[in-house]
Design a binder for this molecule. Structure first.
Ligand SMILES: [Zn+2]
Ligand SMILES: [Zn+2]
Length: 232
């Protein structure tokens, strides 16, 4: 009887340990953008900022999803600069998903193909229905939650997605390892960006992992201490 209880308990502990959101990252396109797949223990997943540009990059993303037996449930953009939206149309059509963004990114999304031409990176934009994400709302994937944090400045409707339980934030181009997003693009605002970072991100626990739109993984604590733009 005691043995059975121990086995049951062990099984339970193992299951609880796996109840988390896993983060898989890819680096796509000439712009070296970080695309993220968040997936849970039941293989449901969220695709964030699919920056896959050409067919081989689209294959890499689709192959990973297939090999891992993942079921894409949501397509989110932190913001809609071209490097974060290249693969929206592909992902939406392949997995039957509706793009979810902040309302203020609609104009940025509409402008993306024109900026693609300017960068000599033409692409087919997503043109389906849009679902608008709102500040402080929660995205739910099974038992897992992501808090929507509005962090404008790099672009008008930039969002960060925060998992309190698993201790990470997807920061888009708002905050980078030892750097911050540029603010010289249309709709950018330096003061607003700094305010977003200090008031919305730096209040998260120091050990929170930061998965940025470009560059390496960092933590809130490390950026508090070492980010030159926040200590100026
Ligand atoms: Zn950007
Ligand atoms: Zn970017």
């Amino acid at each position: 009887m005691i043995l059975v209880n121990k086995i049951t308990l062990l099984g339970l502990i193992t299951k609880i340990q796996f109840l988390m959101l896993y983060v898989k990252s890819f680096i796509f396109s000439l712009i070296q953008e970080n695309t993220y797949i968040l997936y849970n223990a039941f293989n449901d997943c969220i695709i964030i900022d699919p920056g896959c540009y050409d067919d081989s990059e689209k294959d890499v993303l689709a192959e990973y999803i297939k090999e891992m037996n993942l079921v894409p449930k949501m397509l989110l953009n932190t913001h809609c600069h071209l490097d974060h939206v290249f693969g929206n149309k592909f992902v939406a059509e392949k997995f039957g998903l509706t793009l979810q963004i902040h309302e203020k990114e609609k104009r940025v999304l509409d402008f993306a193909p024109a900026s693609g031409l300017m960068y000599n990176l033409p692409f087919d934009n997503y043109s389906g229905e849009l679902f608008y994400l709102k500040e402080s709302e929660t995205i739910q994937l099974g038992e897992d939650k992501l808090k929507i944090i509005l962090t404008p400045g790099h672009s008008p409707g930039s969002l960060s997605f925060y998992s309190e339980k698993d201790g990470f934030v997807i920061s888009g181009d708002t905050l980078f390892n030892r750097s911050i997003g540029r603010t010289d693009l249309p709709g950018g605002n330096y003061e607003l960006l700094i305010k977003s970072i200090k008031e919305k991100l730096m209040i998260l626990p120091d050990q929170t992992k930061v998965y940025s739109g470009h560059g390496d993984l960092t933590t809130i604590g490390d950026e508090k201490r070492f980010n030159p733009f926040l200590n100026a």
